[in-house]
Write a protein that binds this ligand. Sequence first.
Ligand code: FES
Ligand SMILES: [Fe+2]
Length: 395
Amino acid sequence: MKETLIEMARHNLRHATAGTIDQADTIVRVPASHYLDANRYDQEIDKVFKRMPLVVGFSSEFRDPGDFRTLTIADVPVLVVRHADGELRAFINSCRHRGAQIVVAPEGNAKSFACPYHAWRYDTDGHLISVFNADEFGALDHEGHGLVALPVAERAGIVWVTLDPDSTLDIDTFLCGYDGLLDLYGFKDWQLYDRREVIGPNWKVAYDGYMDLYHLPVLHRQTFGTGMPSQALYYAYGPHQRVSSPDPGLAQLAEEPEAEWPTARLLASVWTIFPHVSIANFDGGGGRAVMVSQLFPGETVGESTTVQNYLMENLPTTDAERESADAQFKLLEYVVAEEDYATGIRQQRALAARGGDVLFGRNEAGGQHFHQFVDRLLETGDDQLSELFEKEDQP
Ligand code: FES
Ligand SMILES: [Fe+2]
């Protein structure tokens, strides 16, 4: 896959040298209601968030058997755990007795899980292993009363779970080969340094910003400066999109043999993972780092929660490195909360008053592709889901 990165870098450099950019065919209009309508939002929860594999964490958070995490997405409580066979398992975090949430801790290590209500116990494979006062409860077939399993997969050091236990959408079909590029980061050996949450606007108002470099020198002029690029090249693998700005600095690389072009340099970009993740490169903390932003839908159409994960190739070892990582992460939190999302919250209020459409220009192909894909997904039945991804063009 490194050859693909090199091809992308060559394409990028051609544009940077010529002062040109790829453009979509037309300006695309998206009805304001797509961001504001509660019925539309319910459909997006059902057809997007409950059917797509979603990023729930990183392989490095589940190093040892019994390492687990819990999280709640779209009101579905999820438990993810490393089983003794080395593979991950995911379950709906609800007891088969009377439904209590079994694991409440956000993370930890356990050989088995006891329900806090009446102490029914399950192993890391989801099997019901014991029932409290079993003789008095009555005869029960344990095999038929294990935890409800969810599809789970690890690729490129990233963990995905699908909230639909009956999903037949294969993760590799869904990823369209994109994970082969992400794998070049080597995330499976990276470490989570810090994680925090930012409350934001409607998930698509928020997500649009991650595919949009057009706003960088404008909205972020006070934090990132006016020298930021406003142009973007989009590379789509199905609905997943790499977003890069033309980079004249690549000309230095072009003087070296391709085999020596450093992979880390070639990866520099924003990488979005449909429908809710963005990965951006940063330096801070003495080495390579990325911020992985996971967007989750909120209680209402106008709210979302973003989990910001600061992932590092090597954790800081000195106070100076820790201070630098903290400063970088704090700046990113500020930029997203006070610039992107504060603007987004005012934007959706203004949009509700005005109605009509929003526009995605020929220079905003990423947003066009994203909204068009969400539209197609809403119209696609479960039995056609795999086909929708198989049909997607790849570069
Ligand atoms: S609800 Fe879990 S043991 Fe009763
Ligand atoms: Fe932004």
